[in-house]
Design a protein around this ligand. Structure first.
Ligand code: AQP
Length: 331
């Protein structure tokens, strides 16, 4: 690692990755790899806050790595690794739990949403999830964290915990900044555009998978709910469906929403949906092809994880040492 600024981000292997994960996170990871020292993690420890099938979890951990690579992340330039293979995450996570207040965790909206969705399994890990996320980031003194809008509240908590620790023990952690894309930060569900597109959604028509074929993608966009009226205008409050599609198209084509509105002035909803479907499918197609090739070579994926874990371990061990020493543990 050089003296470039450091980036950390992660994705949970809790399902197949969606267009939301791509536009909110993965696509931006690739854009940052030349200017920053980047660590991109497959955060499997986080994923068990919701019950996972062990075989499927292993397969999905490979799948997230394969998608990192298929989206253009270079395993030599970036540290690509599996969270459970680097013990510092759990170690720092435990320590930071003792510097985080229940009042802070009670305010987390993701906990509220997920406890409603998994009412039969509201476990302690789901509650302290943001503390482990703080540990992920602070362990490496990351300066910046590329995330979607939904993770902003968690990042603010990480900043507060870091500041609290620094105040008690002197400068230890860098205070991380969020890096949230202008468009694509919050891709909404296709059938219910008032909630975000999520990989663990029960209704498959709510999301587009990065690895889905063209026919399926177009079919799902055709089915996407639109609003009353017939004009392609951006109005999040009164036209959440069409506004979501406009934001997706803007983000994929790197255009502004105003440009998209102009481009489709006078078009019908059906034609616009076809254009969005086609553009999304064409963008994702090469990623899917590369992903499928990579998933055939688990030995290669294991070797990337192994090298990543070695690098992440050597980067994180001095921080664990410093924190444990400051807290008062014998070293
Ligand atoms: N709909 C979204 N729009 C933009 N960005 C999104 N992200 C997730 N959904 C959207 C971003 O993707 C990154 C990885 O997310 P994660 O796997 O850590 O968990 P998540 O935020 O909880 O994503 P999901 O898809 O909703 O997963 P499940 O269903 O398992 O909870 C993050 O940077 C996130 O902001």
């Amino acid at each position: 690692m050089s003296n470039k600024k450091k980036i950390f981000s992660g994705v949970q292997p809790s399902g197949n990755l969606t267009l939301g994960n791509y536009l909110g996170a993965l696509r931006n990871f690739g854009l940052l790899q030349d200017d920053f020292d980047c660590l991109y993690c497959v955060v499997d420890l986080h994923s068990i806050t919701v019950r996972q099938d062990p075989e499927l979890l292993r397969e999905r951990s490979y799948a997230v790595l394969a998608l990192y690579l298929a989206c253009g992340l270079d395993p030599d330039k970036n540290v690509l690794f599996l969270q459970s293979q680097v013990s510092g995450h759990a170690e720092l996570g435990w320590a930071l739990n003792c510097y985080t207040y229940m009042g802070e965790l009670n305010r987390m909206t993701q906990f509220k949403d997920k406890s409603q969705k998994h009412a039969d399994n509201i476990n302690g890990g789901l509650y302290t999830y943001p503390v482990l996320m703080a540990a992920d980031i602070l362990l490496y003194n990351a300066d910046m964290v590329p995330i979607g809008q939904d993770q902003k509240q968690h990042l603010e908590l990480a900043r507060n915990v870091a500041e609290r620790f620094n105040k008690i023990y002197g400068d230890t952690f860098v205070i991380p900044e969020p890096f949230i894309p202008k468009t694509g930060a919050r891709v909404m569900s296709l059938q219910d555009p008032t909630k975000k597109m999520s990989k663990s959604d029960d209704n498959v028509n709510n999301f587009i998978l990065i690895t889905e074929g063209k026919d399926k993608i177009i079919k799902k966009f055709k089915k996407a709910v639109t609003d009353s009226g017939s004009e392609i205008v951006y109005d999040e409050e009164n036209k959440p469906g069409i506004s979501n599609l406009m934001k997706i198209y803007a983000s994929i084509t790197s255009k502004s929403v105003e440009e998209v509105q102009k481009e489709f002035e006078g078009s019908r909803y059906g034609d616009f949906k076809m254009a969005v479907g086609n553009t999304v499918a064409d963008t994702l197609e090469p990623i899917r092809i590369r992903y499928e090739e990579l998933m055939q070579d688990k030995a290669y994926l294991d070797s990337v994880f192994k090298k990543g874990a070695e690098r992440a371990k050597s980067m994180s061990e001095p921080m664990i040492d410093e924190v444990y020493r400051k807290i008062g543990f014998l070293r």
